[in-house]
Design a protein around this ligand. Structure first.
Ligand SMILES: [Cu+2]
Length: 133
C-alpha cells in the first residue's frame, strides 16, 4: 500500500523528471522557461548610431556564472570588452557595454545563458552599423 504522503512525493518527483526530460529532449536551444525575448539592437537591424551597449531581455533571470555575450565584427575576432552584466533592477536583462564606437559594418552577437536549473541555451544574431549617410 502506498500512503498519500508517499504518493504526493512520487507525483512531485515524476513532475520534476518529466520537466527535465522535456527540456533535455528539446535540446540546448529550447528551454521551456528561459528564452531570449528581445534584444537591442534587434536581429538584422541596421542602426545609424553606434550602439553604446548590446542588451538582451530574457524570460527569466539567467545565472550570470554561465552567461556570456560576445560581440564580433562579421568574420572577425570578438571585441575585447568587459563581461556582460545583469541589470541591477531587473536581472533578466543582460547588458554588454560596448564602450567604443563601432566602425560601420556587420556585427554578430553570440550569446549563451544558463537557466536557474542549469540548462544552457545559446544563440546568435546580427546587426549592421551604418553611420555615413
Ligand atoms: Cu531548463
Amino acid at each position: 500500500m502506498i500512503g498519500t504522503k508517499q504518493m504526493g512525493r512520487w507525483i512531485r518527483n515524476e513532475t520534476v523528471r518529466w520537466a527535465t526530460a522535456a527540456c533535455a529532449t528539446a535540446g540546448v536551444f529550447v528551454c521551456a522557461h528561459l528564452a531570449l525575448e528581445e534584444s537591442s539592437p534587434k536581429r538584422d537591424e541596421t542602426v545609424a548610431v553606434s550602439p553604446p551597449a548590446v542588451t538582451l531581455w530574457f524570460s527569466e533571470a539567467p545565472q550570470m556564472a554561465g552567461t556570456s555575450v560576445r560581440l564580433l565584427p562579421k568574420g572577425g575576432e570578438p571585441l575585447d570588452l568587459e563581461p556582460a552584466t545583469a541589470n541591477e533592477d531587473d536581472p533578466s536583462v543582460v547588458v554588454l557595454d560596448v564602450g567604443e564606437k563601432l566602425a560601420d559594418g556587420d556585427y554578430e552577437v553570440m550569446w549563451r545563458a544558463m537557466a536557474q536549473d542549469g540548462h544552457t541555451i545559446r544563440g546568435d544574431f546580427g546587426f549592421t552599423v551604418t553611420t555615413d549617410r
